[in-house]
Design a protein around this ligand. Sequence first.
Ligand SMILES: [Zn+2]
Length: 119
Amino acid sequence: MATYEEREPLSAEEAFDRMMEDCHPKKEEVKYEPLSAEQQEEHNAMVKRCKARYRAKYPEKIAAAAKKYYTENKEIIAIVAKKYRDNMETIDCECGSSFKKSGLTRHLKTIKHKDFLKK
Ligand SMILES: [Zn+2]
């Protein structure tokens, strides 16, 4: 069996799939005691307080970690962003243009669309 160091490095696609498996394990593998609604609410509030306290206490640490993450995972982030864009709804405008939903505001300002409205 190959040691950790001897393994072939993963492609960005493989690394992405691996990451998704880690983040979303198959349902039967995760077993939690169900919390009551009240316990769940209490737990969520506690998590929220902890996160707020951490953010207030270590802003530089968070910025540095985010920068490190984006630098190290550039390829994976690009794949996720592309998948997100590809899945996004396409809008066909009356002016004859088509664009992704996220581009609506920008489209409304285009000359083509404005000219169409004037007619
Ligand atoms: Zn338009």
